[in-house]
Ligand binder design. Structure first.
Ligand code: CP3
Length: 343
């Protein structure tokens, strides 16, 4: 098996820099549309054979060094008892937002094999099919990011309702985040037990918090998850999006790897983080639209600066956009492999 990705996560020596791409399975790939045209997004997440098929597409098409389970960070919230819908234009919607004690009390902490068995089945199929290829990454959302979706009822601009609960009802906030954290711990443990070889925690909206609020209202729950997962023996990646001002705090999460978005120079991030954590990132997803020579310069710059890191996994600074030409994704994989090759 190609273990370059796992080695870079742990800071071990590698012969080239591994790369995978956030949202690598998805709408920029015509092959994804072929599968997706027959089912809804949630049906696809819940059909293990199909979810495994779209997980494998970018591994074969792009030649990335890791596969990421095809699913969504929001499905465990449905398993906690909430209604989840995906609307074609609006994205995810929770028609009954969680804003009071009664709603928090109604949430259950599910048994993952019972309520999210389709995710574990997808992982088991993938481990069989990926056998001698690349490692499989499992994932979850971070409690703060998950809480924003169910409090706001979907995506948001200002996170007003979320911050209103944080500030006006801190005990309710703590009870809600504790429940989501309990659910996430058992969910990620189940993914590792089913065969996930690394786990990424997506904190997509962490960057809407200032450092003080991040430390008080979001980070402790991530620390608890990672502390509980140490025994699972798989590397953990924590990606706090838009988190350049949160880096030193994010490091105290205990993650093996910190994901970096593109808003910071990777060399500056590494200088601040030091040598006891690996980094992942951080090309602007839109940089894939640059002409090939300019793209090559950008990739080379990141690789050069990242030599200072304990370990580096190349990635975009956030998910690949649906409008991206697949050839450009393929090119970035080739560039990273060629330019980082150690003699
Ligand atoms: O390839 C992979 O990375 C694995 C699959 C994956 C999806 N979502 C598939 C998906 C992963 C890891 C996610 C995580 C996820 N989901 C995040 C964290 C990553 C990030 O982007 O910050 C978030 C915030 C979500 C919630 C979510 N899911 C939103 C806001 C949306 C709608 C907006 C959008 O990007 O479409 C989704 C839907 C979704 N999740 C799609 C896919 C492929 C599109 C669904 C479709 O086919 O119509």
């Amino acid at each position: 098996m190609n273990t370059t990705f796992l080695k870079a996560c742990k800071g071990e020596e590698v012969s080239y820099t591994p790369i995978w791409i956030m949202r690598q399975a998805g709408r920029y790939l015509p092959d994804y549309h072929k599968v997706r045209s027959k089912v809804t997004f949630l049906e696809l997440c819940k059909a293990p054979e199909l979810a495994a098929e779209v997980t494998l597409q970018p591994v074969d098409i792009l030649g990335v060094d890791a596969a990421i389970l095809f699913s969504d960070i929001l499905v465990p919230l449905e398993a906690m008892g909430l209604t989840l819908e995906f609307h074609e234009k609006r994205g995810p919607v929770f028609p009954e937002p969680v804003r009071d004690k009664a709603a928090v009390d109604r949430l259950i902490v599910p048994d993952p094999e019972e309520k999210l068995g389709y995710v574990m089945d997808t992982i088991r199929i993938l481990r069989k099919e990926l056998k001698d290829k690349v490692p499989l990454i499992g994932f979850s959302g971070a409690p703060f990011t998950l809480a924003t979706y169910i409090i706001e009822g979907g995506s948001s601009k200002s996170y007003f309702q979320t911050k209103k609960m944080m500030y006006e009802a801190p005990d309710l906030w703590a009870a809600l985040l504790d429940k989501i954290t309990d659910c996430t711990i058992s969910y990620l443990k189940a993914q590792a037990a089913a065969g996930a070889q690394a786990l990424q925690i997506f904190d997509s909206w962490a960057g809407v918090l200032g450092p003080g609020d991040f430390a008080e209202y979001a980070l402790p729950y991530v620390q608890r998850i990672i502390g509980e997962l140490k025994g699972a023996g798989v590397p953990i990646i924590y990606f706090a999006n838009n988190g350049a001002t949160l880096l030193e705090l994010a490091k105290t999460s205990g993650a093996d790897v910190l994901g970096l978005d593109w808003r910071i120079k990777i060399g500056d991030a590494i200088a601040r983080l030091g040598q006891d954590v690996s980094v992942q990132g951080n090309l602007d997803p839109c940089a894939l639209l640059l002409p090939p020579d300019k793209l090559e310069q950008r990739v080379a710059k990141i690789l050069e600066q990242a030599k200072a890191a304990r370990g580096h996994v190349f990635n975009l600074g956030h998910g690949i956009l649906p409008e991206t030409p697949p050839e450009k994704a393929k090119l970035v994989v080739e560039l990273v492999h060629r330019l980082s090759k150690r003699m």
